[in-house]
Write a new protein. Structure first.
Length: 608
């Protein structure tokens, strides 16, 4: 069965992305599948199209009420019958949903794993189920980065409904996790579909060694260059989310914290404001998922380094889900490395978590194309540099840093390799701290030998030396520093050492206006318009954004559900002035064309 007419009618796309059509055909043939597709890669289409094409109701298992609500609103806005069974519903609402499922009118039913297990003997036995879609399937695996005990019981579905195809979907899962998902769900000869993890619309930038003051200054400049763009700042602790949000509010930025220490009501209010474009910035803990499907998040900043590449990739994946350009920035420091190492060592899976942290460090500390490192982690190789990361755009400059390395390693040796990195900095700077004086380190030959450099410069050079393996931190012995054989080669003059020139610039060089001009608008033939990409009109884009907001407010839904930023960019570039022309825009389905076409083309006519 050709499902592309359904794709065009409801979602406004003329063709599928790689793997989507094969996945859809597989599930419609009654087969199980495991779908590994990056955030924003189009996972939902893989079960939504079969749900519309097949008889009965597709049951979608999702871990978060907010995520279910988001998906349901998006489907309804495209004229699709969908609902969620969860604790937020009234008894009357649940009754209506159940009746629609039993009559076969409900095409997609979203449900939490807990609710699903209780409904197996009741509702699920009384309705015709077309397929089961298990979203966020990595929660099933003990090796997944988001372990959720209720998911482990979903193997019951195969036992209770042996003839219903099951599709497991996740954005990040390594080989071990994928095997565990298939085993736990008892999938039969599951076809594995692994899509490219490349998200070329995301720029990748890493800033090392910044103190909190410099981070906040950078973030402020960054946001001011993007006055209308929504973003997320991920932090390692609740306290930091509060501090960053408070600092931004004091500078006139609309920002709020989001973490597990807040009440449900506070978190829900923050989430709703962010979804509805009433809040520009959310400062969230890394450990706490946002649980939203907001497609117009234009940037993600990590105030601290995440514990693994899986976590990092999942979190930056919240930016640019609509395919339009988006920015990501990662700050990291020695303090992050020490704290995350302590977390990993204290976890129940020390070896696995230490290895994941090591790979995260390799990404942050690399001087080669960062996108190639990310892709390689997910077993995908690229034969060229991306041109859209900081390393590609500004390759690091190097100099002979042997003298500085010898100063630092000499200080470590003269203290008997028994002190922390912070004390080494104090010795090099000639700072008579309580620890330095008490231990007599102010009498060492190396005391004050590095006065010419600032504390910040020394911290950066020490981080580089740690990256290059000239010394190591003995975490299980009070975080003392110890010179390695490689470091001894430099210390004793057998080898030279190069260091990277430090860039403490807090200015943001990625001006959003310049980037927007590179947004790829598909070249299409629209009746009455020349087959050209044209040039985007920024004033028209802002006018369309305001119109989108008006439509959303009238319907009490988030603006991105009306149209994504990418659709607005296409409209501001191609400038369709009739309903017929409007219907050819990628992302505009029949339902939305009829619903919004007249208002949007009237606005465009004013500018044309």
């Amino acid at each position: 069965m050709d499902t592309t007419p359904i794709l065009k009618k409801y979602f406004g796309y003329d063709s599928y992305r790689p793997n989507q059509q094969e996945i859809i055909e597989n599930v419609m043939s009654g087969n199980d599948s495991l779908v590994l597709m990056p955030t924003g890669g189009g996972k939902s289409i893989c079960y939504q199209i079969p749900a519309l094409a097949m008889t009965g109701t597709a049951v979608v298992v999702s871990p978060l009420i907010s995520l279910m609500k988001d998906q349901v609103e998006t489907l309804r806005s495209s004229g699709i019958e969908a609902a969620a069974l969860n604790s937020d519903n009234s008894g009357e609402a649940d009754t209506i949903i159940r009746r629609k499922c039993m009559s076969g009118d409900m095409k997609l039913l979203y449900i939490s794993p807990e609710k699903l297990l209780t409904e197996i003997p009741y509702l699920l036995r009384q309705i015709r189920i077309s397929l089961f879609a298990i979203d966020e399937a990595h929660c099933i695996s003990q090796w997944g980065h988001d372990f959720r005990p209720e998911y482990t019981r979903l193997g019951l579905l195969r036992e209770q409904f042996p003839d219903v195809p099951i599709m497991a979907l996740t954005a990040t899962a390594d080989r071990i996790t994928r095997h565990d998902i298939i085993t736990q769900l008892k999938l039969n000869d599951a076809h594995e579909y692994i899509s490219s993890f490349d998200r070329p619309n995301l720029s990748l930038t890493v800033k090392r060694g910044f103190r909190d003051k410099e981070k906040l200054s950078f973030i402020l400049n960054f946001i001011k260059a993007r006055p209308y763009d929504a973003g997320i700042i991920y932090c390692l602790s609740r306290k930091t989310t509060e501090k960053v949000a408070m600092h931004l509010r004091a500078k006139g930025i609309n920002a709020l914290p989001y973490h597990a220490g807040l009440t449900n009501q506070e978190r829900n209010e923050t989430q709703e404001k962010f979804k509805n474009d009433e809040l520009q910035v959310v400062c969230a803990t890394i450990a706490f998922g946002m649980g939203i499907d907001k497609s117009n998040v234009r940037w993600v900043i990590h105030f601290n380094m995440p514990k693994s590449i899986e976590s990092f990739y999942q979190e930056i994946g919240r930016a640019g889900r609509d395919g339009a350009p988006a920015d990501t920035v990662l700050f990291y420091s020695i303090a992050d490395i020490i704290q995350l190492t302590e977390f990993a060592k204290a976890s129940g899976q020390q070896e696995v978590n230490m290895d994941k942290l090591k790979r995260m460090r390799e990404y942050a500390e690399s001087n080669v194309c960062r996108r190639r490192i990310l892709l390689n982690y997910f077993n995908e190789q690229s034969d060229h540099d991306c041109g859209n990361c900081d390393v590609c755009q500004n390759p690091p400059q190097r100099f002979d840093g042997t003298r500085f390395v010898q100063m630092a390693l000499s200080a470590m040796k003269r203290t008997g390799e028994q002190v922390r990195l912070s004390t080494i900095t104090e010795i090099l700077k000639g700072m008579a701290s309580a620890t330095v004086v008490k231990k007599g380190y102010n009498q060492l030959k190396t005391f004050g030998v590095g006065r010419e450099l600032s504390v910040q410069d020394w911290n950066d050079y020490l981080l580089q030396m740690l990256q290059m393996g000239f010394f190591e931190i003995v975490y299980n012995e009070g975080h003392r520093t110890m010179v390695t054989p490689s470091g001894e080669d430099v210390l004793y003059g057998r080898k030279k050492a190069e260091l990277c020139v430090i860039d403490w610039s807090v200015k943001d060089v990625n001006a959003p206006r310049r980037r927007r001009l590179t947004l790829e608008i598909p070249t299409i033939t629209i009746p009455g318009l020349p087959p050209t990409q044209g040039i985007e009109d920024p004033k028209l884009f802002e006018a369309l954004r305001l119109l989108r907001r008006q439509c959303a407010d009238e319907e009490k839904i988030p603006p991105y559900i009306v149209f994504s930023d990418k659709v607005l960019h296409a409209l501001a570039t191609l400038k369709p002035v009739t309903i017929e022309q409007f219907s050819h825009i990628s992302g505009v389905g029949d339902y939305k064309c009829q619903k919004y076409g007249q208002r949007f083309t009237s606005m465009i006519q004013k500018f044309v």
